[in-house]
Design a protein around this ligand. Structure first.
Ligand SMILES: Cc1cc2nc3c(=O)[nH]c(=O)nc-3n(C[C@H](O)[C@H](O)[C@H](O)COP(=O)(O)OP(=O)(O)OC[C@H]3O[C@@H](n4cnc5c(N)ncnc54)[C@H](O)[C@@H]3O)c2cc1C
Length: 379
């Protein structure tokens, strides 16, 4: 196993870094923690800069604008963007609906939606979770009843990230009979957020930010040609999409950047007349975290080496989600510790609160552990 960048990968890293230096607008580059730090326009602006460069959807097939990069190049690109403090790319169109359409969409659906996702013309959100149906997603109750060439959708989604920015939502809905096995009778629909009968209500979070919403559907009419894959085949689509979602949660480059900021903060802050970074207990915590981040990055490289050899990672990919999010949370905890009471006013406390979400979304870390136990370890 070779964990080092090959010479051509090093050259690629340098070229990405140089491009980011020249093209990442300074006013967008230092807010890289949560969605709430950006307006819809900020997020779309960065999206469109990358689209113009041809780098917005590296993993898509070339005919739809993909870059043909190797998995290692894709990782290097993501790592460098995170390290440069680039705004997050909203995954719902690019990393979720796009791959679903590429895999299961009809030619007409691909033609209609993919270029608009690519160019940042449409903002998407994800309508999976419902009250009482998060970890147990297959128990979802939002119902779609066929009426001629439409479905009539009634129900509620919740925790819908950035629904207040979105033009479109992709939804899992129940189209089958009530007595079916719960994974059966689910369908995957694309719904225009401007459809009559949709109401978006914000959920107030403890950090005071506006990020997630409830979305209500009251007899919303959705054309049948906006169903992806067969009626009743939604669970197959759902599982495919969740696999993609988990590949994107480690955020190693962003954590590296946050670690450096933490070190700089601990160098500025004083404790007992000396810089905090010289305090043995603080240094111990910091060093452990750095070691864990290095270990995570090596684990990630092991997966990439596997991919380089043509073997896609299996359920053990959940390790990246668990460890990556634990490290992101730990970084916010240490930053709070370093800044002390000032954290309440500097914004750090808000990030600390906001980052509790990382171990819950994209399948909670407990659920990821269950996946590893059952599917990777066979327990
Ligand atoms: C900030 C944020 C953004 C989100 N964005 C979206 C979005 O855009 N679209 C969307 O569809 N969803 C979104 N979600 C929802 C997210 O996917 C769910 O919150 C998550 O799946 C957990 O479901 P739940 O909240 O219903 O909790 P529950 O499933 O009720 O779980 C509660 C607790 O019990 C644990 N638990 C549950 N079942 C088991 C089990 N079998 N074994 C061990 N422990 C278990 C969980 O780990 C958790 O700690 C978001 C959530 C958050 C917090």
């Amino acid at each position: 196993m070779d964990l080092n960048d090959a010479p051509e990968e090093l050259a690629f890293r340098d070229s990405v870094r140089a491009w980011l230096r020249d093209n990442l607008p300074e006013e967008l580059s230092d807010r890289a923690l949560g969605y709430d730090d950006y307006t819809r326009e900020d997020l779309l602006r960065w999206h469109r800069i990358l689209a113009r460069q041809g780098w917005i959807a590296p993993s898509w097939p070339k005919e739809w604008g993909g870059t043909d990069w190797s998995p290692v190049q894709r990782y290097i690109f993501e790592e460098e963007c995170g390290y440069a403090g680039a705004p997050p790319l909203i995954p719902f169109g690019l990393a979720m609906c796009g791959p679903v359409l590429i895999r299961f969409g009809t030619p007409a659906q691909k033609q209609r939606f993919l270029p608009r996702i690519y160019n940042g013309d449409d903002f998407w959100c994800q309508g999976y979770s419902e009250p009482g149906s998060g970890s147990d997603l297959a128990s979802l109750k939002t119902r779609a009843v066929r009426d001629g060439d439409h479905y009539v959708v009634t129900g509620q989604k919740t925790w819908t990230t950035l629904a207040h920015f979105a033009d479109w939502i992709f939804c899992l809905v129940r189209t089958g009979a009530a007595d079916e096995k719960k994974q059966e009778g689910i369908s995957f629909l694309l719904v225009d957020m401007k459809s009559p009968g949709i109401t978006v209500r914000p959920l107030e979070l403890m950090d005071g930010g506006r990020e997630v919403n409830e979305v209500f559907f009251d007899a919303v009419r959705v054309p049948v040609d906006q169903r992806v894959h067969d009626e009743g085949a939604g669970w197959t689509v759902a599982k495919f999409l969740l696999g993609h979602e988990r590949m994107n949660t480690a955020r190693i480059g962003t954590s590296r950047r946050e670690l450096e900021r933490l070190k700089a903060l601990a160098t500025r802050q004083a404790k007992d007349g000396r810089p905090l970074i010289e305090d043995a207990r603080f240094r111990d915590k910091l060093t452990r975290l750095e070691a864990e981040l290095t270990a995570l990055s090596i684990t990630n490289l092991r997966f990439l080496d596997q991919l380089r050899g043509g073997r896609p990672p299996g359920p053990e990919i959940s390790m990246l989600k668990i460890r990556g999010t634990e490290i992101q949370q730990r970084l916010t905890e240490l930053a709070m510790l370093a800044e002390g009471p000032l954290a309440a006013t500097s914004g750090l406390a808000r990030h600390y609160c906001n980052f509790r979400k990382t171990s819950i979304y994209a399948g909670s870390n407990e659920i990821q552990r269950n996946i590893i136990a059952k599917l990777a370890l066979g327990l």
